[in-house]
Design a protein around this ligand. Structure first.
Ligand code: PXG
Length: 459
C-alpha cells in the first residue's frame, strides 16, 4: 500500500470513499486532491504543489500545521493511558485540567463543560440539555429552538435541523419538530438603504416577533453563529448581538452562541461573544479547541443552567463513548498553551489582523469584488457582475468555483460559497504571508475576470 502512485490512490478513493458534501460521481471523474504534508500556513499535495492555506483546513488549524508539541503530548498520553471513559463516576487528569482551563478561558460564568467529539454532536447535546433544563422546571412546553435561515450548526439530525440550510433539510426529513428559523442579518443582500445600527435593530426584532408569535412560554432557546461561517462569512452589525441578548432576557429564552468557527481567537478575541460584547448562556466549541489536530467538541454552560441540572436535573441520559477523551483533552490543553504562551490571539488583534484587514480592503477595490468584509481573521469577498450594484450573478456559484480553482492553480486555498470567496487563515499567518495571500488573490481575481470576458482589469 505504501508505494501506490497518486492515480492509483485516487482510484481507490473513488471506489470506496463517500466524501462529505460532494457530488461523488463528479468527484470520482475529477479525482480527489491528496494532501500529504503541512507546515505553518502551507500544505503540500501529492503532486508536489505547495499551497498557502488561507482557510486553515476547514476553519480550524488555528496554530498552523506541523506543531510537534501536539503530537508529542498525544503520544505521551496514549502511552500512559490511551483511553478511559467519563461514565460510572470516572475521569482522567487531562480531562479535569481541560475543564478548569475552559472555565477560566471562556467569558462570564460559562464555568461548566460537557464533551463531545465534534461541533455537530455538541449542538445535539445542547438541544437535549436545554429541553431537559426547562422540563425539570415544570415547563416541558418550553421546547422550541429558534435558529436562523442559512445558519450552520452541523450535519447530525439535530445540528442540521438547528441550521437553516434548505438543501440539507430536503434530505432526511428535517428539521425535526419544534425548530423554527428567522432571517439573519446580511446587509449586502438584505440591508437596503439602512444604516448599520438600524439594520441591526430590525434584524434582532425578527427574533422578538417570532417569540411573540410562538408564545414566550414555548420558546426554549435561540441559537446562532456570532459570525455566520459556512454560508459565506456573514458579519452582523455591531449592535445585533446585544439587541438579541436583550430580547432573550426579556422573554427568558436561553441564548446559545455557536462559536465552533469563531472561538479560540478567530475574531482577534478569544471568543466572538467578547468581540460583540454579549453574554451567552451556552456556547458550542469545536475546531480551534484542538486546532483540528484531533476531534473534540464541547458545550460550555453557565452557572444558572448548571445549578438547575445539578439540583433538579437528576441523571442526564446522554453521553458519548469518547466524551472527555484523555488524548483529545491533552491535545486541547497543549493547543491552548501554545495560543496563550505565544500570544497568538493578541497578535491577531493588534498586528496581523489589522494588517490583513487593510490588504483585504485593497482587494475590495478589484472590479470583480462587490464587498470585502472582514472581522479579525475571518472574511469574504463577494464577487459581483457589476461592481456598483449590490447584486449577485444570475447563475449563482459558477464564478466562485471558477475563482477557487484559479486560486488553487496559483497556490492559494480559498473556499467558495456561491460567489463569496472565504478567508480564514491559520492565526499564525505572518505579514509577509498576508502579502503573499494578497498577491495570489489579486492575480486570481484578475484571471477570473479575464475568463469572464470582463476585459483588462489591471495587472
Ligand atoms: N457549528 C458551526 C458554526 C460550524 O461551522 C459545526 C457547528 C459542526 O461542527 P462539526 O465538527 O460537527 O463539523 C460547524 C462546522 C463549510 C463547513 O463548508 C463548515 C463546517 C463544517 C463543514 C463544512 O464551511 N462547520
Amino acid at each position: 500500500m505504501d508505494h501506490l502512485d497518486t492515480r492509483q490512490l485516487q482510484q481507490l478513493d473513488a471506489d470506496h470513499h463517500l466524501h462529505p458534501f460532494n457530488d461523488n460521481a463528479a468527484l470520482a471523474k475529477k479525482g480527489t486532491r491528496i494532501l500529504t504534508r503541512g507546515e505553518g500556513c502551507y500544505v503540500w499535495d501529492a503532486d508536489g504543489n505547495k499551497l498557502l492555506d488561507a482557510f486553515a483546513g476547514l476553519w480550524c488549524v488555528n496554530v498552523g500545521y506541523g506543531r510537534k508539541e501536539l503530537g508529542r503530548v498525544a503520544a505521551k498520553q496514549m502511552d500512559q493511558l490511551a483511553y478511559y471513559n467519563s461514565f460510572f463516576s470516572c475521569t482522567t487528569e487531562p480531562t479535569i485540567m481541560l475543564s478548569a482551563k475552559l472555565a477560566e478561558l471562556t467569558p462570564y460564568d460559562l464555568n461548566h463543560v460537557f464533551y463531545s467529539n465534534s461541533g455537530s454532536e455538541a449542538n445535539d447535546t445542547i438541544l437535549r440539555m436545554v429541553r431537559h433544563f426547562w422540563a425539570v422546571q415544570d415547563q416541558p412546553g418550553k421546547s422550541i429552538f429558534i435558529g436562523r435561515n442559512n445558519g450552520y450548526h452541523g450535519s447530525t439530525v439535530a445540528g442540521a435541523s438547528l441550521g437553516g440550510m434548505k438543501g440539507m433539510h430536503k434530505q432526511g426529513g428535517l428539521p425535526i419538530p419544534d425548530i423554527v428559523h428567522i432571517d439573519p442579518p446580511f446587509w449586502f443582500a438584505d440591508g437596503g438603504d439602512m444604516g448599520e445600527e438600524e439594520y441591526g435593530r430590525v434584524c434582532a426584532k425578527r427574533l422578538e416577533d417570532k417569540i411573540l408569535e410562538l408564545g414566550p412560554d414555548r420558546v426554549a432557546a435561540f441559537i446562532g453563529e456570532p459570525i455566520m461561517g459556512a454560508i459565506g462569512v456573514w458579519i452582523p452589525p455591531a449592535n445585533y448581538w446585544r439587541e438579541i441578548e436583550k430580547i432573550c432576557r426579556k422573554y427568558d429564552v436561553l441564548l446559545v452562541a455557536d462559536e465552533v468557527i469563531c472561538g479560540f481567537g478567530r475574531t482577534g478575541e478569544w471568543f466572538a461573544s467578547q468581540y460583540y460584547d454579549f453574554r451567552p448562556d451556552i456556547m458550542t466549541l469545536a475546531k480551534g479547541i484542538t486546532s483540528g489536530y484531533i476531534p473534540l467538541g464541547a458545550v460550555m454552560f453557565n452557572d444558572r443552567v448548571a445549578k438547575v441540572l445539578a439540583e433538579q436535573g437528576g441523571e442526564l441520559a446522554h453521553g458519548y463513548t469518547y466524551s472527555g477523551h484523555p488524548v483529545c483533552a491533552a491535545v486541547a490543553l497543549e493547543n491552548i498553551r501554545i495560543l496563550q504562551d505565544e500570544k497568538i490571539v493578541e497578535t491577531c488583534k493588534n498586528d496581523t489582523g489589522p494588517y490583513l484587514a487593510s490588504r483585504w480592503a485593497e482587494l475590495g477595490a478589484h472590479p470583480l469584488v462587490g464587498q470585502a468584509r472582514i472581522a479579525g481573521m475571518v472574511g469574504a469577498l463577494e464577487l459581483v457582475p457589476n461592481k456598483p450594484e449590490r447584486r449577485y450573478f444570475d447563475d449563482r456559484g459558477k464564478v466562485g468555483v471558477l475563482c477557487r480553482d484559479i486560486a488553487l492553480r496559483n497556490g492559494l486555498i480559498l473556499r467558495a460559497t456561491y460567489d463569496s470567496m472565504l478567508l480564514s487563515p491559520p492565526l499564525v499567518i505572518s505579514r509577509a504571508q498576508v502579502d503573499e495571500l494578497f498577491e495570489k488573490a489579486w492575480k486570481s481575481l484578475n484571471e477570473t475576470a479575464r475568463e469572464l470576458g470582463m476585459g483588462s482589469v489591471g495587472s
